[in-house]
Design a protein around this ligand. Structure first.
Ligand code: GDP
Length: 195
């Protein structure tokens, strides 16, 4: 799949604001600073599509991007900011769960984790949420260029073991610097949209 069109459409908090044209959707989640904006920009070959790192305390929304008039990429605010207060965390949780529960258009949950590290408690919670709602999941190990080739197998194993990875799901290591992993991810998207 080649991405010819990638356009911001709208930001939503509540279900009544989601797009109504029925295109399939993929949701992208990960802790702040994991490299999610860089990943979205690399994938869509745009420099500034996803704003880099939204700041804590700002209104948290689900951001919908139209990709090729074929699907929506749904960007979730990065979680795990220590400074985010509890009520914001609660509203964040409610917003995600409302989306995951209600959204028939959702065909893939993407979870970004740092390829260099063991997934955090919040990463585990997010993956579990996808599994609880039976959402097929793609786990992206970010910043692949920062991991020595000799460590690749070990890191993938650590990430999968920590997440209690479902073998029906897919793991791809990715570098937004070199775009390594890009073709593989775009192929996964294309196959899912066709189904
Ligand atoms: P976000 O908060 O998850 O959206 O993370 P950003 O995309 O803003 O990235 C956080 C930091 O990690 C930035 O300094 C990026 O330049 C850096 N970064 C993101 N992806 C990669 C990558 O694949 N390789 C390297 N070397 N750095 C990356």
């Amino acid at each position: 799949m080649q991405i010819n069109k990638a356009e911001y459409v709208k930001s939503c908090v509540r279900a009544e604001h989601y797009p109504t044209d029925g295109l399939p959707e993929m949701i992208f989640a990960g802790r702040s600073n994991v490299g999610k904006s860089s990943f979205i920009n690399s994938l869509t070959n745009r420099k500034q599509l996803a704003r880099v790192s939204s700041r804590p305390g700002k209104t948290q929304t689900l951001n919908f991007y139209n990709i090729n008039d074929m699907m929506y990429l749904v960007d979730v605010p990065g979680y795990g900011y220590a400074k985010v207060n509890r009520s914001l965390k609660e509203s964040f949780g409610r917003m995600i769960e409302e989306y995951l529960v209600e959204r028939d258009e959702l065909i893939l949950g993407v979870l970004l984790v740092d390829y260099r590290h063991k997934p955090t408690q919040e990463d585990i919670a997010m993956y579990s949420l996808y599994k609880y709602y039976e959402i097929p999941t793609l786990v992206i190990g970010t910043k692949k260029d920062k991991v020595n080739r000799s460590q690749h197998k070990k890191q993938e194993k650590l990430i999968k073991e920590t997440l209690d990875f479902d073998e029906n799901d897919v793991f791809v290591a990715y570098s937004s610097e070199t775009h390594e992993g890009r073709e593989e991810v775009l192929e996964i998207f294309e196959d899912l949209i066709k189904q």
